[in-house]
Design a protein around this ligand. Structure first.
Ligand code: G3P
Ligand code: CA
Length: 231
């Protein structure tokens, strides 16, 4: 069962920073999940649309230049990372789930991530691209067929696996609040990996493991590693 550090090991280090991603790997996570905004043809790694909660800045991420964003403190002196820096930092065996929160231009987004992957040497096959915006995912998969798509949903899908099939998805990323054993079984029988967010309590981890879930997103990879007998 995969243990993916949600925004890194974000219970113990500032979320979505290189420190949080490093810590997740030293806590023996399988990999990490992170959130991105497209700014000046780069992807910056931050969760909120607004800077106020996680940095010493104010206002919307997208109202700032890249150089302004890079001067901010994202916690404990960490800067807001670029996606390319995460690819460079992470070991090649790690899984990285890139969740797109915002993009302005899909062609530029594609050229930026291809550039980040080739300059870092991080393997494309270990990257899963997800978003709640399935239109973006459909366009990305059309232009980049080999990419792994994570069909992300916060609600119970009304059309069964239809939305994941439409996206030619590799994995289904479901909220803990809505996932059930029946849906996990159906998705896995259809060849999809099922990953569940955000799972921070041992009882939930063990329940999902018993259901056959393939992985969890957790803010506490160390606790997950102690709780689950998994590789
Ligand atoms: O990708 C899973 C999960 O991170 C989605 O919710 O709000 O934590 O980005 P959120
Ligand atoms: Ca996320």
């Amino acid at each position: 069962m995969w243990i993916l550090g949600h925004r890194g090991a974000s219970a113990a280090a500032p979320e979505n920073t290189l420190a949080a991603f490093s810590l997740a790997m030293s806590q023996l996570a399988t990999g990490v999940e992170l959130d991105t905004y497209q700014v000046e043809n780069n992807n910056v790694v931050i969760h909120d649309r607004w800077l106020n909660r996680t940095t010493n800045g104010k206002g919307m991420v997208t109202s700032h230049s890249l150089s302004q964003l890079r001067k901010l403190d994202a916690g404990h002196g960490e800067v807001i990372p670029l996606l390319g820096e995460v690819f460079t930092l992470m070991p090649p065996h790690a899984i990285i789930n890139v969740e797109i929160k915002h993009l302005t231009d899909i062609s530029l987004w594609l050229s930026a991530i291809h550039n980040d992957l080739s300059s870092s040497g991080f393997p494309t096959e270990n990257v899963i691209v997800s978003s709640f915006n399935h239109r973006w995912l459909r366009h990305i998969k059309g232009a980049w067929p080999e990419v792994k798509i994570g069909a992300l949903t916060a609600t119970y899908p009304e059309n069964g696996l239809g939305f994941a099939n439409d996206l030619d998805a590799y994995s289904l990323h479901m909220a803990l609040d809505v996932v059930d054993e029946y849906y996990v079984r159906e998705a896995r029988q259809a060849g999809l990996k099922v990953l569940v967010y955000t799972v921070d309590y041992p009882d939930d981890m063990l329940m999902l493991q018993a259901w056959g879930v393939d992985g969890i997103f957790t803010n506490v990879p160390d606790l997950a590693r102690r709780t689950l007998l998994c590789d």
